[in-house]
Design a protein around this ligand. Structure first.
Ligand SMILES: *Cc1c(COP(=O)(O)O)cnc(C)c1O
Length: 434
């Protein structure tokens, strides 16, 4: 180069300088150092080829970082509805519906008349068709919002009669009693933790009663000396019964005999059923309200309903899920263990061919996410040394397993079959020394 101008290629910032940049360093923590290094070296390459000025390399690398937001992960935990992983993954039909709905849609317009129409009627019609026992349906932001709307519209300033055995915490420190009382309704607790009778409810009723609430214990079980009163008996008390079934099953599922479903609960006499959209239904986060026409109309007309209104993307995903209920959640629940075992064995054999020693072990998967706490699903897992856990979790894509007694178990029950190859590649990217 002599005394001439410095070759711009020599001014390309060094990798360690770039990785020390606060933004890129933070990205390396969340995305993994390897991915950020690849982005940095791509930008350096462009500068060396003269496509960028050396002083633009840092900004180009920052611009090339993936948008912040939730990352796609492979759920090999064996927990079908993992709340920390966003509960139910959407079906491909629901994903397509979300993409289509992302633009302008007729979410609140009747194209035939050109007039305003009931918002989200596609999803509402699908729900009503799936549960003919419901006189009417409404959808809000989530299961908790459904309860808040019901308590506010039907019992604010009055009493909700509920068994002490059903005052549950739904997770992350949120407790149903607190949620219900935040609406201005008072809780009238009856019975005891393990036993509540119809007479307990009957003795608590009076002019102050807004409704009787029945909450499905979806994330725990009480066994032993217990008794609870079913919706059918509660419906004989002469006051409205609101049933929070939690899971969102619209009809009975023989695999989950202890999970209540909306249709049976309404037939048993509930005036209103509330449920989540992203649990066993396998749809988007939503709160489903199904029940008597007058009750749903009161909820729909309450000012609070506007604040709990769901997004058009949710409505699109919900309509598709209800219309075509072959969801990944259902597939994960109903997968045959023999087929899972074959997938895990194939994975083990292919990893073995690349010098990675893994074992095939039986595993137990669970429903999770506040559903079917007693149900254990026979499953199969790939067992690796525990040292794989962190690199797989922080890799791209992140693969989440379960560490059990010094081994990392990758249960394939909730991993889509076409993602086995991605799991294999992720394992091979972990530096091998076993
Ligand atoms: C999950 C659950 C809720 C809360 O529903 P979200 O959709 O998480 O708001 C309330 N009640 C029961 C019985 C549940 O299982």
């Amino acid at each position: 180069m002599g005394d001439g101008p410095v070759d711009p290629r020599r001014r390309v910032p060094r990798t360690d300088t770039l990785l020390a940049d606060p933004v890129l360093a933070a990205a390396a923590v969340t995305l993994g150092r390897e991915q950020v290094k690849a982005i940095v070296s791509h930008a350096q390459g462009r500068a060396r080829r003269g496509e960028l000025n050396p002083d633009e390399v840092r900004d180009a690398a920052v611009a090339a970082l993936p948008a912040p937001g939730p990352r796609v992960v492979l759920n090999a935990t064996g927990v079908v509805l993992h709340t920390n992983l966003g509960r139910a993954p959407l079906s491909s039909a629901a994903v397509a519906a979300v993409v289509a709905a992302a633009g302008h849609t007729d979410v609140e317009l009747d194209l035939a008349t050109g007039r305003r129409a009931r918002r989200g009627r596609g999803a509402l019609d699908a729900l009503a068709a799936a549960v003919p026992d419901a006189g009417a349906v409404h959808v809000v932001n989530n299961g908790a919002a459904a309860l808040v709307l019901a308590a506010t519209a039907l019992a604010a300033g009055r009493e909700i009669v509920v068994s002490r055995g059903e005052l549950v915490e739904i997770g992350d420190g949120f407790r149903l009693p607190d949620l219900l009382e935040s609406t201005g309704a008072r809780l009238r607790e009856v019975g005891t933790t393990n036993r509540t009778t119809l007479a307990d409810y009957a003795a608590a009723l009076g002019p102050q009663t807004g409704f009787v609430l029945k909450v499905h214990p979806s994330n725990f079980r009480v066994t032993g000396f217990t008794s609870a009163v079913g919706v059918r008996q509660l419906a004989t008390l002469g006051v409205p019964v609101v049933a929070d079934i939690g899971s969102g099953l619209l009809g009975a599922d023989p695999l989950l005999p202890d999970e209540p479903d909306a249709a049976s609960t309404l037939r048993a006499g509930a005036a209103l059923v509330t449920a989540s959209g992203d649990k066993l239904l396998g749809g988007p986060q939503a709160g489903l309200l199904l029940g008597d026409v007058e009750v749903i109309e009161r909820l729909r007309r309450h000012p609070l309903a506007r604040a709990l209104r769901v997004d058009k993307l949710t409505l699109a995903a919900l309509a598709a899920t209800v219309h075509q209920p072959d969801t990944p959640t259902r597939a994960a629940l109903h997968t045959d263990p023999g087929a899972l075992r074959e997938r895990v064995e194939r994975l083990r054999d292919r990893l073995g061919a690349d010098g990675r020693k893994a074992e095939v072990v039986p595993a137990v998967a669970v429903v999770g996410g506040g559903g079917a706490p007693g149900v254990e699903l026979d499953s199969w897992a790939l067992s690796l040394p525990e040292r794989y856990a962190v690199p797989l979790r922080t890799g791209d894509p992140p693969v989440l397993g379960r560490v059990v007694r010094g081994r990392l178990l990758l249960d394939l029950r909730c991993v889509p079959a076409d993602a086995d190859e991605a799991v294999r590649e992720a394992v091979l990217r972990v530096p091998g020394e076993d």
